[in-house]
Design a protein around this ligand. Structure first.
Ligand code: BG6
Length: 490
């Protein structure tokens, strides 16, 4: 029988817990992925009753049918709540006493999983007190795993301070740094696509690939999260972690195995081969109000968010270029772009191959297009390859078409779990491959820190763009400058 599992959600009364952590745990419960004996204990400063907690999280838990509604009631039975400060040893002792009351019902000691749905300002005291008061029994060989969410610092130095602090308390095997992009279906799919298809091996390099583009677009602004966002900006929020992780998987060599460290060793090698970024090849932007019919939010620019200082220069859009200076990739630009309040919700990877040499078809009319492999992370997970075919019928000019695996058409009945669900299950199973290791994190900060400091010092110009637009037009110019050819829909 599985050992009992205690899950503590620190910051249980907050937004992240309500919107992500509890719904994810519910989903794991519905699909029978939690151990038979599990308790889920919320901990936060607010004095809440269990009923009040349930009231807070219920709007975000979405049972799909009557049976799941019943299951939701059973899920609520697993929950409890303890109030306490984040820097008070006695409160953590009290938390531990509460955990033990339930754990004592079982013969076997319990494992413990601590989820920090907390702002970074309290990471240090909370982890210190976890170590002092709330670890699982080592004597009974039970594990304690601590899950933390970005931001892991603001630059190389602050991140190293946090890493050193965590390393003084826990082993690397106990620390799970979440980057939820690593839990996305299509990011995980990349590994299989790249390393299980022989046809990609000979062409996945500088000889055949002209450029790679990784894009993240969101069609809404800060939505009241301006206070958090303004301190970090789009580079720390999206590029330094989510997009860089995606780049690593596109660029890495085949790992010796799928073991967590083999995987992460290869990612670290990619990061080490990225020397840095150029301020001259970076475009920054901040959105301003526009007036999209039926979209009230569009009337608010970034600076209209009450939680954002009036003179904030924080970028809500950034596009930049990275080079992986190794044998496989030298000279191939990786163009990264991320923005809020843009024209659509989309995250994708576009691998653009070189032009086919020796064009013999232009005389026929039509245009020979580059091959492009697109991996669409969201919405509508898909992999498709743009290629040239003969236009059907009597005409014989080239026509661009797609070999298309769109998941919702191909796997109609398959449930694609949310990224968090996959990752929390990995934590329960002790699989760290899709979590960020401390050396990876340090390299990621090394790459971005000089640029971030220049931005913080006001040395990089920022361009206004209208809410709901494609972002500053200089962003598209940058992609073109680095060899990207736009197709329809790119
Ligand atoms: C988070 C960022 O990490 O990712 C948010 O902090 C962003 O600003 C979110 O909205 C995007 O995640 P997803 O899964 O919706 O692409």
């Amino acid at each position: 029988m599985d050992s009992p599992l205690t899950i503590v959600v620190f910051g249980a009364s907050g937004d992240l817990a309500a919107k992500k952590t509890y719904p994810t745990l519910f989903s794991l419960f519905v699909h029978n992925f939690l151990p038979q004996h599990t308790q889920i204990v919320g901990y936060a400063r607010s004095k809440l009753s269990k009923d009040e907690l349930i009231k807070k999280i219920t709007p975000y838990i979405k049972p799909k049918n009557e049976a799941e509604k019943e299951t939701m009631k059973k899920f609520f039975e697993l929950l409890s709540y303890v109030a306490g400060a984040y820097d008070d040893g006695a409160a953590f002792k009290n938390l531990n006493d509460e955990l033990v009351k339930w754990e004592d019902n079982f013969e076997s000691a319990a494992n413990r999983m601590h989820y920090l749905a907390l702002p970074p300002s309290v990471f240090q005291p909370v982890t210190t007190h976890i170590k002092a008061e709330v670890m699982a029994s080592e004597e009974s060989q039970k594990w304690t795993r601590v899950i933390i969410e970005k931001p892991f610092g603001k630059d190389s130095v602050s991140s190293a301070v946090l890493s050193n602090h965590l390393a003084s308390l826990f082993t690397e095997e106990q620390i799970y740094r979440i980057d939820h992009y690593l839990g996305k279906e299509m990011v995980q799919n990349l590994l299989i696509m790249r390393f299980a298809n022989a046809m990609f091996q000979p062409i996945w390099n500088r000889n055949y690939i002209e450029c790679v583009r990784v894009t993240f677009k969101e069609p809404f602004g800060t939505q009241g999260r301006g206070g958090y966002f303004d301190e970090f900006g789009i580079i720390r929020d999206i590029l330094q972690n989510h997009l860089l992780q995606v780049l690593c998987i596109v660029a890495m060599e085949k790992p010796a195995s799928l073991d967590a460290d083999d995987l992460r060793n290869e990612k670290v090698k990619v990061l080490k081969a990225i020397k840095g970024l150029s301020m001259d090849d970076t475009v920054l932007g901040q959105y301003v109000a526009s007036n999209i019919p039926n979209d009230e939010d569009s009337k608010l620019g970034y600076l209209d968010d009450k939680t954002v200082p009036d003179d904030s220069k924080t970028p809500t859009y950034a596009s930049t270029v990275l080079y992986v200076e190794n044998e496989r990739w030298d000279g191939v630009p990786f163009i990264m772009k991320a923005g809020k309040a843009l024209d659509e919700r989309k995250a994708d990877i576009r691998i653009q191959f070189k032009d086919a040499p020796g064009d013999i078809f232009s005389a026929l009319g039509g245009e020979v297009h580059r091959n492009e492999l697109v991996i669409r992370l969201q919405p509508d997970e898909a992999v498709y390859m743009k290629l040239n075919i003969k236009s059907p019928g009597l005409r014989s000019r080239p026509l661009q078409a797609e070999l298309d695996v769109t998941y919702k058409d191909r796997f109609e009945d398959e449930r694609l779990p949310d990224a968090y669900e996959r990752l929390l299950l990995d934590v329960i199973r002790g699989q760290q491959g899709h979590f960020v290791r401390s050396d990876e994190l340090a390299e990621a900060w090394r790459i971005f820190t000089p640029l971030l400091h220049d931005i913080d010092a006001g040395l990089v110009e920022s361009h206004d763009y209208a809410y709901g637009s494609r972002g500053p037009s200089l962003g598209d110019d940058l992609a073109k400058k680095f060899g990207y050819k736009y197709h329809k829909g790119a």
